[in-house]
Design a protein around this ligand. Structure first.
Ligand SMILES: [Zn+2]
Length: 180
């Protein structure tokens, strides 16, 4: 199994695996990217991520998700293997990401506030705080609109996307009802 840097795409190492073949890919942070982040922030990326008290993912220059903190994996209901290296729209279950063109390539994508905000921070380095955004997510009965507040920042060459949900999803509402 190959380990590649989620930030710069560099091949880091091969790890022998009986379950996964040679072409399987796992993600890590290469020494160069790790040093760069450490030099500018004074702490390792993981420590920085876990120090943020809300779900946060990193976005790579390719627009894919690099890594995330434990709160984000819980928020998304996904494992690190499902999140790292995946496209944002797939990770957040945007219904347009299911179109053949894929996340970032559909006619709907130019209006996506998440994409626009992340790309602006990527290009300008500017921080954006609590920008309203929404996604149409696929659900059992068609689609549902989920609203978020998103915040972005660039630190040590890495773009961070923080997510707060402003409305409970149908699933959570159903879950609450089941509990009572
Ligand atoms: Zn790297």
């Amino acid at each position: 199994m190959k380990v590649i840097c989620f930030q710069c795409g560099k091949h880091i190492r091969n790890i022998p695996s009986e379950i996964f073949g040679e072409d399987a890919v796992s993600h890590g942070l290469c020494k160069t990217c790790a040093h760069h982040f450490m030099a500018q922030t004074g702490m390792p990326l993981e420590e920085y991520l876990e120090g943020i008290d809300m779900p946060v993912v990193t976005v790579t220059p390719e627009g894919t998700i690099g890594t995330a903190n434990a709160k984000a994996y819980a928020f998304l209901g996904k494992s690190p293997a499902e999140v790292q290296g995946a496209k944002g729209g797939d990770v957040f279950e945007c219904q347009y990401a299911l179109l053949p063109e894929g996340c970032g390539q559909t006619v709907h994508c130019s209006g996506c506030a998440i994409r626009r905000t992340v790309m602006d921070t990527m290009e300008t380095g500017e921080t954006h705080t609590r920008v309203p955004a929404y996604l149409n997510q696929q659900s059992d009965d068609g689609s549902r609109r989920t609203e978020f507040l998103i915040s972005t920042e660039k630190k040590g060459g890495i773009v961070f996307l923080k997510v707060e949900k402003t409305k409970p999803t149908d699933n959570e509402k159903k879950g609450d009802r089941n509990k009572s």
